[in-house]
Each structure stands twice: as C-alpha cells, then as structure tokens.
Design a protein around this ligand. Structure first.
Ligand code: ZN
Ligand code: ZN
Length: 303
C-alpha cells in the first residue's frame, strides 16, 4: 500500500491566512524552522497509479498539482483519483469536492450522517448534480467493512468515533454514530495495515488494540495541550470540546503511542498553534526522541 500525505495541517492550514500567532507569523516571515502545510488529506493506493482520497480539503487543487503520481496523463482529460472517502462532513475535509467538479462523475464514500449534512447544511451533492452526473454516493455502514471497485487488495474497516457534527450541520447538537469515523485499511497483498484517525477525541482499549496490530498509525496531532487555543488567544474551546485529544502529558496521545511497540507512528491534522510545527522546539525534539513523526505535505509511506 502506498500512502501519500497531500496535506498535514488542521483547518485553516499553516500559516492560516489571517493569523499572527507565533507559528503563523514565524513561518510567514521565515523566522522559525517550520514547513508550511495545507489542510489535511491523504491518498492511498495499491498500485501507485489509482488513488483514493481520504477527505477532500479546500487546498486540493494545489495538493494535486504537487502530487505528480495522481496525473498519469494517459489521455487528454485524466486523473489517478477514482474515489473519495470522507471521514466526516467538516468543511476543511469536504469543500475540496467543489474543486473536483471538472472530474465528475466522482465516487464518494461516506456514512449516511455525512451524506445528510452534504445534502442539507452544505448541499454539495445537490449542487454538483449539474456537473456530468456529479458525486456518486456510496454509503459506508460505520459498522461494516467495505471494498472499492478497482482496489482488489484493499479492505476498509470503519470505526465509529464519538464527536460532534460540524457547526453548520442541522444535527450539530444531536450526535449520531457515523458523524465521524476512523479507518483501518488492510492491504491483503502485503498483509500490512494502516490506522487513519485524523480526528480522535479519546483513545480506549479497542483503539489501542487496533493501533498495536497496525503497521502504521496516522492519528490526530491537532493540539499539543488541551487549552492551546486559549493559551495562544486564538480561540475559546478546549481540544476535547472540538473532538481532538491533546498530545502531551498525562492522558495525552503520546503517552498511548509510547505503549505501542509495532507501528510506525505519525501525527497528522496539526493545528497552526501547535509548537511541534517548529522543528527547533523542545516539543518537536520530544516527539523525535519517542520515535513519533510529524506528517508534512508530500510525505510518502509504503506498507
Ligand atoms: Zn479538520
Ligand atoms: Zn496561527
């Protein structure tokens, strides 16, 4: 299985266009050792030619320009992207669908709850009907594994993640199974497994078991501390209120990752306030010392 990181930042990207927090200001002015990052999305493939997107970020046009393997150029109009899987209906994970309109019809796999949001609060399915058949909806039952045509060796196993629907959702305050999922992706040819969870509010025994039996885990690295948004003055909510478990300290994701012996460990969906973006920071050094990598745009992994 080939994994390509299209974007590694949380909503807003890095730097965020209207932000002057120390990280955003620092990367914009070149005064800190940090890489700019687009909003989170990865692509997976079993043959390196046909790819599935996991989320479609608003930065997708630039991401696909950088991602040369996604344009095999076999004919006048072409793409290696055949399907999109959505982990939830957040705007930073779905607005890229609008940019894919020239390539419709496009297969989109999502849960019924996500499809409801994308036909009501943000009706992108309805809007794109006017583009050559639009988005073809394939329902993910969040309790059932699924396969995608053309990807014979890959199996996708969803996992229900407890978190709220986006602010625009008609059922924002009425959580349902399937509002957010994580994915186990098994490659039956190589016998390797990826666990992908860009939004993870809690790590329980079941998730620990899944991570221990994976070859690579790519999980939520949004915030270093739970109150980071308040500390930097950019927001009022804690990480956990937004469905993101912090990395550091007791109960943080790093303490769980450190209990795993098997997998390659990667943090993704990094918020622009997070000190791990600065590669000269003590926080970045702490991750490195613990064998935890920080995803960057263009990162490639082969399993
Ligand atoms: Zn996000
Ligand atoms: Zn910022």
């Amino acid at each position: 299985m080939y994994i390509y990181v299209l974007g590694s930042a949380a909503g807003g990207g890095f730097p965020q266009w209207n932000c002057n927090c120390p990280n955003c200001h620092g990367v914009r002015t070149g005064t800190i050792n940090a890489k700019p990052r687009t909003q989170s999305s990865i692509a997976v493939s079993e043959n390196g030619v046909d790819w599935i997107l996991l989320n479609a970020s608003p930065d997708i046009r630039q991401q696909l320009f950088e991602f040369k393997a996604a344009q095999p150029a076999r004919k006048l109009r072409d793409t290696g992207i055949t399907s999109v899987i959505l982990m939830d209906s957040q705007l930073d994970h779905t607005t890229g669908l609008l940019t894919l309109r020239e390539g419709c019809p496009m297969n989109v796999w999502c849960t019924e709850m996500v499809h409801q949001d994308l036909t009501s609060g943000f009706p992108v399915f309805n809007m794109l009907k006017h583009w050559n058949g639009g988005l073809q909806y394939h329902e993910i039952n969040p309790k059932q594994a699924f396969k995608i045509d053309g990807f014979e060796s890959l199996e996708f196993i969803p996992l229900i993640i407890k978190s709220a629907a986006p602010p625009y959702s008609p059922h924002r305050n009425d959580p349902h199974d399937g509002d957010n999922i994580a994915l186990i992706i098994k490659d039956h040819k190589t016998q390797k497994q990826l666990f992908y969870a860009p939004g993870l509010g809690k790590i329980d025994d079941q998730i620990m078991q899944i991570m221990q039996s994976s070859d690579c885990v790519m999980i939520d690295g949004t915030l270093w501390t739970d109150d980071e948004m308040q500390q930097t003055g950019v927001g009022k909510k804690t990480g956990r209120e937004m469905g993101h478990l912090y990395i550091s300290g007791e109960g943080g994701s790093l303490s769980y990752l450190n209990q795993l012996s098997t997998p390659k460990k990667v943090l993704i969906h990094i918020n622009n306030t997070n000190p791990i973006l600065n590669e000269n920071s003590s926080q970045f050094a702490e991750l490195k010392a613990n064998n935890v990598e920080v995803a960057y745009d263009g990162m490639q992994i082969e399993l």
